[in-house]
Design a protein around this ligand. Structure first.
Ligand SMILES: C[S@@+](CC[C@H](N)C(=O)[O-])C[C@H]1O[C@@H](n2cnc3c(N)ncnc32)[C@H](O)[C@@H]1O
Length: 427
């Protein structure tokens, strides 16, 4: 079998993170069982190494969308950042780095992570590795080595449209997704991903039963998709756009999850970016593990999940970027609600009311700005009955403003009024 040689290929697997701590829980209270869904902030090699003792061979599906070896520095849009036609409403801020001293350095980054994912996968599990022309050919050789060449299930080509500055070559408008199964027997639910036949095909078969050389497709049931997929990229005015660079469309992840996992399965994305896989997993009733090394990605994912109403816990290898509310911007209680002053509301991507217990913040209610909306999140949230009440604001700059001493409240809220329906965008 052909193998690839590069510097530091034989380096030992990275050591586990020294400390992985639960710092937040959303969608469950202190007396409830911990939600199985996990959002993890830290380097994914150290995180996967920590997870191995408890999760080796347990993950049903891994979707991996790592940096592509583009040698670019990706920036994200902050502010009301999704609408390209209104540049006055957004600014650019650091996103994530995809810059490497050499191809060897990139492969030395990717290889141990692929090996860790392979170990975490269940015997019937599947890996989808999403790359493009920069590194897909090298990754295929690495995956052949790790999984075995016979475990290549598909090479999926995701095609899309978009502007391009290229004038001396064809526009590069496809990504490559390499699909490997860990074993010979694997989950693949063809019926969950069927699509309608092309109307021309339907018309042809209706007109002549001899079309297709005697094979008559089940026109009602639809067909299993080909290995090339068209989904629009998340750009410009796409309704899912968070402002995070290289965000993938939910439709793409939905097809992957529907095909290669079942309800209740554990789906992992160790390069989660804006949290697309986690959001889709929650919607489809799968459990998820989502990790990223940058706080920007974790904040975007956190707020997206909060908005989706998925129960999950936040775990981190480093302390959260918390700071006190600036003078005059602290929240206050207007019984039966907690209100943010406009100076905090204007910079808020989202905010939540909750209760700390030890190092864990239990989020009891939250409001998140709707994608592509010029409106900030709701200005007030219901005052929970639990005490003390704390507030956290996630700012567009990636800070967390927190009321460390709790929000003063008086008098206690009447039970029935505190249950009044939340405004749009809040839960
Ligand atoms: C291509 S983006 C993923 C986009 C994501 N699929 C989405 O839909 O938003 C790659 C992500 O990998 C993250 N990343 C890069 N190196 C990492 C590492 N060592 N550990 C964890 N995450 C990492 C980056 O911060 C970035 O968010």
């Amino acid at each position: 079998m052909a193998t690839l040689h590069f510097a530091h290929k034989d380096a030992p697997l990275p050591p586990p993170a020294e400390r992985l701590q639960i710092v937040g829980v959303a969608g469950a209270g202190p007396d409830d069982p911990l939600p199985p869904n996990r959002l993890l902030w830290g380097d994914n090699a150290a995180l996967m190494a920590v997870l191995l003792p408890s999760l080796e061979g347990q993950v049903d599906l891994v979707y991996a969308d790592p940096p592509f070896f583009t040698n670019r520095r990706y920036r994200r849009r902050v502010g009301r950042g999704e609408d390209s036609r209104q540049p006055a409403t957004w600014a650019l801020a650091p996103g994530y780095e995809d810059r490497w001293p050499s191809l060897d350095a990139y492969l030395a980054f990717l290889y141990p992570r692929l090996r860790l994912m392979h170990r975490l996968l269940a015997p019937h599990g599947t890996l989808y590795l999403h790359l493009d022309w920069h590194a897909a050919a090298y990754a295929r050789v690495l995956l052949d080595e790790i999984f075995g060449p016979r475990r290549l299930l598909n090479e999926i080509v995701w095609v899309y449209h978009g502007p391009s500055p290229i004038r001396r070559a064809f526009n590069r408008k496809h990504d490559t997704i390499l699909v490997y199964t860990k074993g010979e027997h694997y989950t693949f639910d063809a019926d969950a991903v069927r699509v309608p036949y092309n109307p021309n095909t339907v018309a042809t078969f209706r007109a002549s039963p001899k079309a297709g050389f005697g094979k008559v497709p089940d026109l009602q049931r639809g067909k299993v998709p080909e290995d090339w997929w068209y989904f629009p990229v998340v750009a410009r005015l796409h309704r899912e756009r968070t402002g995070f660079p290289t965000q993938k469309p939910e439709a793409l992840l939905e097809r992957i999850l529907r095909a290669s996992s079942r309800p209740g399965d554990l789906v992992a994305d160790f390069f989660c970016g804006s949290g697309t896989t986690a959001v889709v997993a929650a919607r489809l009733g799968r459990r998820f593990l989502a990790a990223d090394a940058t706080w920007q990605a974790i904040q975007t994912s956190y707020l997206r999940l909060l908005r989706a109403g998925a129960p999950f816990r936040l775990e981190t290898t480093t302390p959260l970027p918390v700071q006190p509310f600036p003078q005059g911007c602290a929240p206050h209680v207007h019984d039966p609600r907690v209100a943010l002053p406009s100076c905090a509301q204007e910079v808020a991507e989202g905010w939540e009311v909750g209760q700390p217990q030890g190092d864990v913040f239990y989020s009891l209610a939250g409001a998140v700005r709707a994608p592509r909306s010029p409106q900030p999140p709701a200005a007030s949230l219901p005052l929970p009955r639990q005490r003390p009440v704390h507030v956290r604001v996630f700012t567009t700059r990636g800070e967390i403003w927190t009321s460390a001493a709790g929000v003063p409240h008086n008098p206690p809220c009447p039970p029935d009024e505190s249950d009044s329906p939340p405004p749009a965008g809040s839960r």
